[in-house]
Write a protein that binds this ligand. Structure first.
Ligand SMILES: [Mg+2]
Length: 303
């Protein structure tokens, strides 16, 4: 292979798969598009995880999808027949709560959530008061003369993640907090454009909700999910493995592969999710993983 081809990544093959496995102690996995699509397991992903566990590899799941908390993700894994503990899961919902902890966000202040149950649960576990979320999904905003849209002045942060119940009420609430509460933080769980919320289709991702608040506030958020390496700091503290002995496996170039590269990990791109082979090989793509392959199970079938 010439240098230009090598720089674009190697196709996973029977000639390099054993080297990859031997050179890695900890595999980090994105979930949507790698392990499952929506609530449907991708063929062979369970077998691939079983094989890596049997070889003594540490497995960690790093997901930008903030709809669930870590314990809710652990339950989802179990329901799909994959034993995973909460400690092995790093979700962007958890990252948002950990970010607030890290900056000593005052627990007396509230957090307004444009997002789902996972963010509220992680905030609560971290000792913070989250408001909004699913409950505000049923509320409506009306344009009425001489009537003020009230918002809580004690909100000190707005966390925005994937929200299938996004509405104009929440947009106004979050916007008012950021624009009018002095020092109010704007935190995004992630900015994924789209994701496989169901097995057959892609849907607008958290990037869509975040863009709405950016548009209204003319502010940019702090992003805690991939490709930001914020979650990696927690992961390193917990597992004490050098990032050079880690491999990030994902289906998105702009989040998963970039996250792995930003953190100094090896990277493996799979085509079972968002990225198509033609988009990857297109000259306009400048993000290149160390390895690429069709699906996770290839690491078993190529061995
Ligand atoms: Mg994905």
């Amino acid at each position: 292979m010439d240098d230009a081809a090598a720089a674009r990544g190697e196709k996973l093959s029977s000639g390099n798969v054993n080297h990859l496995i031997d050179s890695v102690d900890c595999f980090l996995f994105d979930c949507d598009g790698v392990i499952w699509k929506g609530d449907t397991l991708i063929d062979g992903s369970k077998e691939a995880l079983d094989m890596l566990r049997s070889k003594g590899k540490k497995l960690v799941f790093v997901t930008n999808n903030s709809r669930r908390s870590r314990s809710q993700y652990a339950k989802k894994f179990l329901s799909l027949g994959i034993p995973v503990t909460q400690d092995e899961i790093f979700s962007s919902s958890f990252a948002a709560a950990m970010y607030l902890k890290l900056i000593d966000f005052p627990p007396a202040k509230k957090v307004y959530v444009i997002g789902e149950e996972g963010i509220l649960e992680e905030l609560k576990l971290a000792g913070f008061t989250g408001i909004g979320g699913p409950e505000d999904g049923k509320k409506t905003a009306e344009f009425k003369a001489n009537s003020l849209f009230e918002h809580d002045k004690s909100v000190g942060a707005v966390v925005v993640g994937l929200d299938q119940y996004i509405n104009y009420y929440k947009l106004q609430y979050g916007t008012l907090c950021i624009r009018e509460n002095p020092g109010c933080l704007f935190i995004a769980t992630n900015r994924d454009a789209v994701g496989h919320m169901t097995d057959l289709q892609e849907w607008p991702g958290a990037g869509c909700m975040v863009a709405a608040i950016c548009g209204a506030t003319e502010k940019e958020p702090v992003v805690v999910g991939k490709p930001a390496t914020f979650m990696m700091d927690f992961l390193l503290e917990k597992f004490k493995i050098s990032t050079s002995r880690m491999c990030m496996v994902g289906d998105r170039l702009d989040t998963d592969i970039l996250f792995g590269q930003n953190a100094g990990c090896k990277t493996l791109l799979v085509f079972s999710g968002v990225t198509t082979p033609s988009a990857f090989h297109d000259p306009s793509n400048h993000t290149h993983p160390d390895y690429y392959t069709d699906k996770l199970f290839d690491i078993v079938s190529l061995m």
